[in-house]
Each structure stands twice: as structure tokens, then as C-alpha cells.
Design a protein around this ligand. Structure first.
Ligand code: SIN
Length: 306
């Protein structure tokens, strides 16, 4: 069932019908069967980490998907620009690991982003970066020997969101940043390499829109399809933590919301009309970025034991 839906939404010819894709941008009364998250402390709090004031967040759950939480873009526009720039310029540098590390195409004193400004093929060949405990794509086993410092801003933001949702012990220890072109897909998979499989997984989307499939514990279950737009956050906790998921399609959108003006001035972040923002905006006009943040260790555990 999962593979069937994946193939359906991936197909270019014939193109799929998106009518059944859950769209959290629709007015709430049109979101049949969706529950508005009630437990969030809706008290006003300072805007932090590029996020809007808590009272402006819209948080949803799908009753049939226990533990799945969706936050509809809680970022300011400048906040989105901050995280997009981080993913492209900073998280793609050492000590983080990239899929292109072994291609030997980046001079040792240079980094991917600067080098790729004059090399379109290189720009489009970055597929992932791993941060903190580096995901080992072959063994799927994390190790103490394959770990670097986790970026403090991403840690602080993810843990802030976790606390607001009641995950008081969550610690951000590993992340995969996925970089998608318009023809990229991510096959159905489960994330089970972490020793702690009870801790939630936080997934942040920026740039072009994805069709995301959330299935069940086996590939036999028909997945729910939903749009993930720039700024959306999804959390997989409890039963949904180990569910199959994947991205069969990235869709080019008309309105680049990350370039919109904010109502108030957020200092320190790029303005959309700043020339320094242009290369990031050019990249994003045909790309999607996803930051996937996990806890690896059990609460109180100091290091991995195998
Ligand atoms: C993932 O499952 O690793 C990424 C999902 C996404 O890109 O939204």
C-alpha cells in the first residue's frame, strides 16, 4: 500500500490528483477529522529562534496517527531566511559530513556553498549533511567515534519547541539535513537507528513544497498524504515515531513566502531585498530543505554503549 501511494504521487505521466492530500493551510472547518492541539501553553512568550509568538502557532493532530503533531509554519519570514541560510552556508561545512565528501571536488581550504556558486552541478549534488552523532548510511549504527558538536542554535530551537509540546526531556543530539531538487524523492523508510526510540523526531521544512506520506508500522498500511510547506514542522512521537514515511514529490510553488516582509523588524536576519540573500533565494527557487532532528541516547545516558 505504501509503495502504491508513493508511485502514484511520484508519477509525472500521468500526474497525480492532489485532492486527497491533506492541506493544513485550509480553513480549520475544512480539515475533516483533524484535532487542534489543546495542551499547548498558549501564553504569550517572546519570539525566539525565528519563531512567531506562541499564541500565533496552529498545532494539529491526526487522530488515526497517534503521536503525530503538525505545526503550521510558526516561523517569521525572516526566521525562515535565518534557518535556510544556516542549512546552506553553515550546516554544510566541517565538522558536519556531506554525501559529497568523497567526491574530492571541494578544495580542502574551501566549503561547498562558496565553491558551488560557480558550479551548478556541485550546487545540485548536495543531498544530505549529518550533524552531531553522524548517521551511518551503511551500518545504520551511531557511534561515539563518529560524532561532532551539535549546532547550538538548532539544539536550542528544537528543545524550545519540544518543551512547549510537553517533551520536557528531549535533547537534540543528531540531525540529517536533506537537500531536495524538484525531481528528488525520498523512499519510504522508518527511523530506528537511535537507541532511544521513545524520544520524538522533529522535522522542519523550507523552500518548495513536498508531498509527504505517513504510513503505519508496516508497508502494508495505506499512508496519509499531506503537503509540507516552507516553515512547517512535523513531530513523530509515540506510535507514529516508528511509522513508514517518505517524500514522493517536490512541487514548485508560485509564492516564495520566505521572501515576504514581516510585520515587525527582526534585526540580525537578512532582509529579502538584501543582495547577500540573492544566492540563497536562487537556490531555493528550485529546491527544498528538510532538517530532521533526533535524540539518540536515553535520558541520563552519557554515551553510546553497544
Ligand atoms: C526524512 O524522513 O528523513 C525526511 C522527510 C522530509 O524530507 O520531509
Amino acid at each position: 500500500m505504501f509503495k502504491h501511494s508513493f508511485k502514484y504521487y511520484k508519477s509525472k505521466n500521468p500526474p497525480p490528483n492532489f485532492e486527497e492530500v491533506l492541506d493544513f493551510q485550509k480553513p480549520e472547518f475544512e480539515l475533516n477529522g483533524i484535532v487542534i492541539y489543546k495542551d499547548l501553553a498558549l501564553k504569550s512568550s517572546l519570539c525566539n529562534y525565528g519563531l512567531k509568538n506562541l499564541k500565533d502557532w496552529r498545532v494539529y493532530q491526526i487522530p488515526s496517527k497517534n503521536g503525530f503533531i503538525f505545526i503550521r509554519n510558526p516561523f517569521t519570514h525572516a526566521g525562515q531566511r535565518y534557518w535556510i541560510k544556516k542549512c546552506l552556508k553553515d550546516y554544510s561545512r566541517k565538522p558536519n559530513k556531506l554525501n559529497i565528501d568523497n567526491f574530492n571536488v571541494i578544495p580542502s581550504d574551501k566549503n561547498w556553498w562558496d565553491t558551488a556558486q560557480s558550479d551548478k552541478t556541485l550546487l545540485q549534488s548536495l543531498r544530505w549533511a549529518t550533524l552531531g552523532y553522524h548517521h551511518n548510511w551503511d551500518t545504520k549504527i551511531y557511534s561515539e567515534d563518529n560524532r561532532s558538536d551539535f549546532p547550538s542554535d538548532l539544539k536550542d530551537m528544537t528543545e524550545y519547541i519540544a518543551r512547549k509540546l510537553g517533551f520536557m526531556d528531549f535533547i537534540a543530539e543528531a540531525a540529517i539535513v536533506n537537500y531536495y531538487q524538484l525531481n528528488s524523492t525520498l523512499s519510504g523508510h522508518t527511523d530506528h537507528s537511535e537507541q532511544n526510540l521513545e524520544a520524538p523526531l522533529f522535522s522542519f521544512s523550507f523552500g518548495q513544497t513536498a508531498v509527504f506520506l505517513l504510513g503505519g508500522k508496516t508497508i502494508d498500511e495505506k499512508p496519509v498524504a499531506m503537503f509540507l510547506r516552507s516553515g512547517d514542522i512535523l513531530i513523530m512521537s509515540k506510535q507514529s515515531r516508528l511509522c513508514y514515511h517518505g517524500v514522493p514529490r517536490v512541487i514548485k510553488i508560485d509564492h516564495d513566502i520566505w521572501n515576504d516582509e514581516d510585520e515587525f523588524n527582526s534585526n540580525n536576519y537578512y532582509e529579502a531585498n538584501d543582495a547577500l540573500w540573492t544566492p540563497f533565494n536562487n537556490y531555493l527557487s528550485h529546491s527544498r530543505i528538510n532538517m530532521n532532528v533526533r535524540q539518540v541516547l536515553h535520558t541520563g545516558q552519557l554515551k553510546l554503549c553497544h
